[in-house]
Design a protein around this ligand. Sequence first.
Ligand code: FES
Length: 116
Amino acid sequence: MFITVHLPDGTSHRLEALEGWRVMEVIRDWGLPIKGECGGACACATCHVRVKQEWLDKLVPAEDEELEMLDGAFNVEDRSRLSCQLIMTPELDGLEVELAEDSLAELPPQPVAVGG
Ligand code: FES
């Protein structure tokens, strides 16, 4: 199974995913810069994604806990979800999400050249 993740910088990434994985974990484990600060406990909203319209009907509806966390996030839309609450199933093969700007992690510091 694969998902496609669109980053705020305009790049798109097709990532392999396994059944039972959380979408947040797929994004993080492939090394894309997602904050996901609470590690998937539905307690931070820094894994906010906007799901492509055509996939919304295939998702399990958000529970109250998720909706409450999303209330505190920025630039939330009707198609906003917390990616740690989206569990991969075969029906979601091909899922497309956009990572929200506020969920983008800082890139790691670049190594500094020494000497010369
Ligand atoms: S990782 Fe914290 S709410 Fe999803």
